[in-house]
Ligand binder design. Structure first.
Ligand code: IMP
Ligand code: MG
Length: 177
């Protein structure tokens, strides 16, 4: 599997250190009371499981799966909910956990539909954010700003593979070209 990776961009150690920092910041920022952490499946699942262990306060976890319409390499911004949340978020503090904000369109859509459910607060924690991401929007917690190039590992896939790598690597273009 390693031969398909052109370069390791973020090693396991670097990822885990930053996730502990994000967890500490989240722990500090939220007042006592209710917190629901939402994992956007499937890409955020590894990040979510490490992040919640670094958050030292009571919280609930919920899961949501979305798929974007149109071709799979470029986001259309039109998103279909494939799996909705199990619980209501009305009046609750909600933190969305995402793997990567690329164009930002998926997240923009998700924020809009979740906002309609009237949570008390709605924030985003993204492990990665693409340099020069289109929306110009800033999100609440970001792990790393990353350059162009197709990234895999630590939840990120190419054709459903590579999600189980403990690090994030740049996929060798010969794999998909
Ligand atoms: P956006 O709507 O363009 O922000 O799309 C974000 C989604 O596209 C992410 O949640 C990922 O699932 C996927 N994605 C974007 N860039 C990459 C990448 O480099 N590798 C793997 N998946 C990616
Ligand atoms: Mg995703």
């Amino acid at each position: 599997m390693k031969r398909d990776i052109k370069e390791v961009l973020l090693s396991e150690e670097v990822l885990q250190k930053r996730i502990r920092e994000l967890g500490a910041a989240i722990t500090k920022d939220y007042p006592d009371g209710d917190l629901v952490v939402i994992c956007v499946l499937k890409g955020a699942v590894l990040f979510m499981s490490d992040l919640v262990k670094a958050i030292d306060r009571p919280l609930e976890m919920d899961f949501m799966a979305v798929s974007s319409y149109g071709n799979s390499t470029e986001s259309s911004g039109i998103v279909k909910i494939v799996k909705d949340l199990n619980s209501s978020i009305e009046g609750r503090n909600v933190l969305i956990v995402e793997d990567i904000i690329d164009s930002g369109l998926t997240l923009q859509y998700l924020l809009r539909i979740l906002q309609e459910r009237e949570p008390a607060s709605l924030k985003v924690c993204a492990l990665l954010e693409r340099e020069g991401q289109k929306t110009g929007q800033t999100f609440d917690y970001t792990g790393f700003i990353v350059p162009d190039g197709f990234l895999v590992g630590y939840g990120l896939d190419f054709a459903e593979l590579y999600r189980n790598l403990p690090y994030i690597g740049i996929l060798d273009p010969s794999v998909y070209e």
